[in-house]
Design a protein around this ligand. Structure first.
Ligand SMILES: [Zn+2]
Ligand SMILES: [Zn+2]
Length: 381
């Protein structure tokens, strides 16, 4: 049970005296992986070495303990000057093998340092290293659809990568029942020897509980793991470019029993050559002839429901815009439809034969208006 005479903590971790706490931790992790009893079953010397490097790390990674160690060449939880004036000196300090039963577990939870193998068996007391349920994060996927899919809705088969609850431990992160803590042999305390002194201190690995749960190796104790999942996602009618469609609970699984996050489908809508979508409204450009514009006409224009009649009034100018009520897209939120705007553009006929030319000349003679009169006036100074 007593730890053997040990070397210098710095030597044990293979670091220099001025080393940073981060590097202490790094060196410890590297060595702990190598000497952990779980990877060296039945190897007593590895186990001994493991205990020593744990102890070295425990002291050197804590600024206060390390200072004491640097000054005195050893560290003990029970050899600390009392705080404040008139204190009781060195409380609890003794030279014999003394069992201090009331020892507070300290920081450095095993899970933090070395989460791959074990976690504390959550006994009574402050359950450090035993975090509560956490909701899984949301996921976002972009899906490209065409204009008509956005108008009418669609179903897409997707393969997404999400964190799912581990199939082996079903999200618990642990496997099997609690096993005795290897560091203290299940006693919850370890004996430290510092020169002539021996101390029983609370095992830092199990927090004094003496038992540890085995971490699920399948998911490394996370309780979840990334998995490709095939989904059929219904994209509702009315989505537009950049819409977010929520698929409940298909985000990452939560950990330690937390709920799953949501999946958001972000729609990218490919533009249509004729219908231009702006919000729930649709914009179109429709050519009309000179005579339709001058004399007025009823023309057929394409809408998303098929053709609709548009009345072009007498004397319509090129670029004038007309509205077809509720011929736009259905609103994703309310279901009510937007409008379609029709901009007319006058196209000139191809004038080829002599009779057409004569008629246009006659028309010009009959039409005395100068279309540039207004701009001459406006431009004069
Ligand atoms: Zn698992
Ligand atoms: Zn222990």
């Amino acid at each position: 049970m007593a730890t053997a005479a040990k070397g210098d903590y710095y030597n044990l971790l293979g670091v220099k005296r001025g080393v940073s706490t981060a590097d202490v931790r790094k060196a410890y992790k590297r060595l702990a992986r190598k000497f952990h009893p779980d990877v060296n079953p039945g190897d007593a010397s590895a186990e001994e070495r493991f205990k020593q490097i744990q102890e070295a790390h425990d002291v050197l990674s804590d600024a206060k303990k390390r200072k004491m160690y640097d000054q005195h060449g050893f560290y003990s939880d029970h050899f600390q000057p009392a705080a404040g004036a008139g204190g009781a000196g060195y409380g609890g300090f003794d030279f014999g093998g003394f069992d201090f039963s009331e020892v507070t577990p300290r920081g450095n939870s095993f899970r933090d340092i070395f989460s791959d193998f074990f976690t504390r068996f959550g006994g009574g007391g402050a359950a450090e290293g035993a975090p509560g349920p956490q909701r899984g994060s949301d996921l976002e996927y972009q899906v490209e659809i065409d204009f008509w899919e956005a108008i009418g809705g669609t179903v897409r088969k997707l393969t997404i990568s999400r964190q799912e609850a581990c199939a082996v431990c079903r999200g618990r992160g642990t496997s099997g029942g609690p096993a005795p803590c290897a560091a203290c042999g299940g006693k919850g305390k370890v004996t430290q020897v510092a020169g002539p002194m021996r101390f029983n201190i609370t095992c830092t690995q199990c927090g004094g509980v003496g038992r540890l749960r085995t971490i699920c190796r399948h998911c490394n104790g996370e309780g979840r793991q990334p998995q490709a999942q095939k989904l059929e996602v219904r994209i509702p009618a009315g989505v537009s470019d950049g819409s977010r469609v929520r698929v409940a609970a298909k985000g990452n699984a939560g950990i330690y029993g937390g709920a799953s996050g949501d999946l958001y489908i972000i729609t990218q809508v490919r533009p249509h050559p004729f219908f231009e979508r702006r919000g729930d409204d649709i914009y179109t450009v429709v050519p009309i002839t000179v005579s339709e514009a001058a004399l007025g006409a009823r023309i057929e224009v394409p809408t998303i429901d098929g053709r609709a009649l548009l009345k072009v009034p007498t004397g319509t100018q090129s670029g004038q815009r007309f509205r077809l009520r509720e011929k736009g897209a259905a609103s994703l939120r309310t279901g009510t439809r937007g409008d379609q705007y029709v901009e007319v553009r006058i196209v000139l006929p191809k004038v080829l034969d002599e009779r057409q030319k004569e008629m246009l000349k006659d028309f010009a003679r009959l039409t005395r208006d100068d279309p540039r009169a207004e701009i001459y006036d406006a431009a004069a100074h």
